[in-house]
Design a protein around this ligand. Structure first.
Ligand SMILES: [Cu+2]
Length: 69
């Protein structure tokens, strides 16, 4: 398992947090995620054999936010 923190732009409340976490939860290789809208980050624990950082970025974008590199 890999733990990585991504910077997410555009989150402003608990709804945003939930939306990001829900979308990441749809990826079968993601064990858990914890978004923090105040810091603008999401910590993701995932299986790097099944999920790429690109998949994670796509999921965050699917939720309506942007991953800042
Ligand atoms: Cu919000």
């Amino acid at each position: 398992m890999t733990d990585k923190t991504f910077n997410v732009e555009g989150m402003s409340c608990g709804h945003c947090k939930a939306a990001v976490e829900e979308e990441l939860g749809k990826l079968s290789g993601v064990e858990r995620s914890n978004a923090d809208f105040e810091k603008g980050t999401v910590e993701v624990r995932y299986d790097e054999k099944r999920v790429t950082t690109g998949d994670i970025k796509n999921a965050v974008e699917e939720a309506g936010y942007t991953v800042a590199v």
